[in-house]
Design a protein around this ligand. Structure first.
Ligand SMILES: NC(=O)c1ccc[n+]([C@@H]2O[C@H](COP(=O)([O-])OP(=O)(O)OC[C@H]3O[C@@H](n4cnc5c(N)ncnc54)[C@H](O)[C@@H]3O)[C@@H](O)[C@H]2O)c1
Length: 324
């Protein structure tokens, strides 16, 4: 079986590609990435160094906007399943460089969707986001709620979901939109809260800016759970041609509470500067996860104290060899 993973040097793409390649040596995992410089390219290359140790993994440096190169790849491999994670991520950056979201998340997404349909891929899984919901206040957020994205990032994900509805129609491919909620864990993203906090904890020249005085709530979801869920979804029975599934733990936690837990693990503290709510920020995310539980049979998610312990220990082991 051949599995194609875009954005394989990113946080989720790397962890999942590594997990799959190790879980089943008979699988052929093909990954692409363009090494976007949104955050440390050397960090992405470190992830790739780990990945290529798997003999059943093959990497190509390709941008999802290079349609001709993608066509060659689809022709060569005839993928059974595609996991599309390559994107311009980040909410705050969408205020600075909105064009990047249009080019990568909308035009680039179109290429992957179009080719997956043309080459009759059995299932295309693509990353959507909790940001597509916007600032709703009916919790937990359910997949059938109407979407009111507050920023270009969330809008790009909403457009992806709508593009699938329009293009899929009578084709063979099944599409699954994965609405991820604040994924954290080993090899995490340096632009996100947890890695930024750990980075500032161990690098005293850095200041950690605590937005909204730490009063945000986030539905933190451990990367280990995400990998297990995605693998289960490959084989799960899915009724619809297009399913949308929240990927979340259904346990929102206040940032101040998480910070206390991290400090207890590191026995340390960074320099913190508190500030008010930032533009484009959402106060609370809390998703309903009954659908993902039903479709995967996974009933228990990793407890935050275990996920945090794994993350902190990984960070301490790697902080001197990785430039985040
Ligand atoms: N991490 C989260 O908590 C979270 C939450 C919601 C949604 N998501 C979505 O999940 C997906 C993966 O997120 P992540 O956290 O791993 O982000 P990431 O930035 O770590 O990974 C994305 C990878 O895609 C690559 N990439 C970007 N543009 C590309 C292009 N044009 N061609 C080829 N490669 C390209 C980047 O170099 C990067 O390695 C994204 O679509 C993101 O929007 C993530």
């Amino acid at each position: 079986m051949k599995i194609f993973i875009t954005g394989c040097c990113g946080f989720i793409g790397f962890n999942f590609a590594n997990f799959l390649a190790k879980a089943n040596k008979k699988l052929h995992v093909v990954g692409i990435d363009n090494f976007s410089d949104y955050y440390s390219v050397s960090y992405k290359k470190k992830r790739l160094k780990e990945l290529v140790q798997n003999r059943n993994f093959k990497f190509y440096k390709i941008d999802i906007n290079q349609n001709n190169k993608l066509i060659k790849l689809y022709k060569k491999y005839h993928f059974n399943y595609v996991f599309h994670f390559a994107a311009q991520a980040g909410v705050r950056y969408s205020l600075i460089n909105p064009r990047s979201y249009i080019e990568n998340n909308i035009s680039g997404f179109f290429n992957i969707l179009n080719l997956s349909i043309k080459f009759k891929v059995a299932r295309l899984f693509y990353a959507s986001s909790s940001s597509a919901y916007g600032e709703l206040n009916k919790f937990p957020l359910k997949e059938n709620y109407s979407l009111k994205p507050k920023n270009i990032y969330g809008l790009s994900k909403k457009i992806n979901e709508e593009m699938v509805n329009v293009l899929l129609q009578k084709n063979k491919t099944q599409c699954i939109g994965l609405r991820f909620f604040t994924v954290y864990g080993e090899w995490g993203r340096p632009d996100m809260f947890m890695m930024k906090y750990l980075n500032a904890t161990y690098n005293k020249s850095k200041v950690f800016y605590l937005n909204n005085y730490g009063n945000h709530f986030r539905d933190f979801t451990y990367i280990g759970d995400v990998c297990k869920i995605l693998k289960k979804l490959i084989y799960s029975k899915l009724k619809y041609k297009h399913s949308i599934i929240n990927i979340c733990s259904n346990k929102p936690l206040k940032l101040t509470k998480i910070i206390k837990k991290i400090d207890n693990l590191t026995l340390n503290k960074p320099k913190i500067r508190k500030r008010s709510l930032q533009k484009a920020d959402i106060l609370k995310t809390h998703g309903d996860n009954s659908l993902v539980k039903k479709n995967t049979g996974i009933k228990k998610f990793t407890d935050i104290s275990i996920g945090l312990k794994n993350t902190v220990e990984w960070f301490i082991r790697n902080k001197d060899r990785i430039k985040f």
